[in-house]
Ligand binder design. Structure first.
Ligand code: B12
Ligand code: SF4
Ligand code: SF4
Length: 341
């Protein structure tokens, strides 16, 4: 473990902030637990069945109502934002930028675990729980409540320094800290912009709302239903995740900073100028677990990625890239409400 001295004996909250920056986070903020943010909107979203195949969100409905279900002694929820740099997308076999780095789940989890261990050494009364996507907590809603930024029409948390190119994690601790809930670091918000809504190739976005069944990120990572070959929904060249609504956002123009390293696998692909599909051709299921160790792709599994590559291959036949390099739809009947009708 990295030992970082608490000099000159900072009080708890200032110390957490200091450690957060030393571990590569770009923002940190505290929420009290008096009110759980955005529960009515969450309920509405579930009631309107906008969750696609993610029925686990329904099962977690009650757990989300109170962070004490996740850590009984919680007095403060501390949100952390880890920045990652924007990466160019290619016109075929694209992988979302966040998944081309070393796993952010592992990076955030180990950084927050180290921070908690360090704090326990200095403030023995502290107990806590580390969360990164690993518990039923609306991470964007808590981050917004703690003053880290605002939630944009693309549904993502937008921060002042890194736009929406941040990944989130939390520490739930048993100490009451001064809350940052009333702070709003950004004086402006989406205003009249709708660039992300226009950029989304499937019409999955309406202002502040996402129809998950239409989202390519869901189609490539979270889908459960097996579709007939040739009848798969359009993925517009994406094999894993999708960055179109991030790439379109003006707040992301300055997203260049990260402490995450690109996974060597993607470094090799980039250095060799080959495509992800060419590279994957030579990877057996046995190799997969070794080569993709510490990558987000491992979470999805070999078969799904192989299937996604086949889908992109089939769909690219007969399509042409548009001037920005992305595939054009071939008469797909989609739109926000299409999957509901
Ligand atoms: C399920 C999930 C998904 C699903 C559903 C996405 C979604 N928008 O909910 C899918 C697979 C599609 C997905 C995709 C992506 N995800 Co995701 N995902 C999650 C997860 C696990 C849960 C999110 C959730 O609870 N959704 C349920 C719905 C109800 O929540 P909601 O969108 O916040 O809905 C709210 C709005 O409708 C809002 N609302 C309604 N009306 C109004 C009006 C106003 C004015 C406002 C402000 C809000 C508002 O209220 C609703 C209720 O809270 C979180 C991690 C976590 N535990 O929080 C990561 C998380 C949200 N994902 C993340 C990322 C990075 C992505 C992708 C960018 C990955 C990629 N490149 O492919 C895409 C982006 C897609 C998009 N534009 O949202 C990050 C976001 C970081 C950030 N800066 O915000 C998170 C926080 C993971 C993390 N630990 O960092 N994801
Ligand atoms: S991730 Fe892609 S498909 Fe999903 S809302 Fe954003 S642009 Fe649309
Ligand atoms: S693209 Fe425009 S509307 Fe969409 S999140 Fe960014 S600022 Fe908001």
């Amino acid at each position: 473990m990295q030992i970082i001295m608490n000099y000159p004996n900072l009080p708890l909250k200032a110390r957490i902030r200091q450690l957060a920056f030393q571990f590569g986070f770009s923002a940190m903020g505290v929420s009290d637990i008096a009110e759980v943010p955005r529960l009515p909107e969450f309920d509405q979203w579930l009631d309107r069945k906008l969750y696609g195949d993610m029925t686990w969100l329904l099962r977690h409905r009650q757990l989300r109502r109170d962070p004490r279900h996740l850590f009984a002694d919680v007095k403060s929820v501390i949100s952390f934002a880890l920045p990652y740099a924007k990466l160019a997308s290619s016109s075929s076999y694209s992988i979302a930028a966040y998944a081309r780095y070393y796993s952010y789940h592992e990076a955030i989890f180990s950084a927050l675990t180290e921070i908690l261990t360090q704090l326990k050494g200095e403030f023995p009364e502290i107990h806590g729980r580390v969360i990164v996507d690993s518990a039923p907590l609306d991470e964007r809603a808590w981050a917004a409540k703690s003053g880290l930024g605002f939630i944009g029409k693309n549904n993502l948390l937008i921060t002042e320094r890194n736009g929406s190119y941040v990944l989130l994690g939390e520490l739930l601790i048993n100490q009451e800290l001064e809350s940052d809930s009333q702070q709003n670091p950004m004086q402006v918000n989406c205003a009249n912009c709708d660039a992300c809504i226009r950029a989304c190739p499937t019409g999955a976005l309406q202002a502040y709302e996402l129809n998950a069944a239409l989202c390519i990120s869901h189609r490539t990572i979270e889908r459960k239903q097996k579709r007939l070959e040739g009848d798969e929904p359009q993925v517009y060249g994406w094999v894993f995740g999708c960055d179109q609504c991030l790439l379109a956002c003006p707040y992301n123009h300055m997203a260049h900073h990260t402490s995450l390293e690109i996974h060597p696998l993607f470094q090799n692909i980039q250095d060799e100028g080959s495509s992800f599909a060419d590279y994957f051709n030579d990877v057996s299921e046995v190799d997969f677990h070794q080569k993709f160790e510490h990558s987000e792709l491992l979470r999805s599994g070999y078969r799904k990625i192989l299937e996604n590559i086949q889908i992109v291959k089939r769909q690219s036949i007969g399509q042409q890239a548009d001037s920005s390099g992305f595939f054009l739809a071939k008469g797909e009947k989609s739109g926000f409400w299409a999957s509901l009708n």
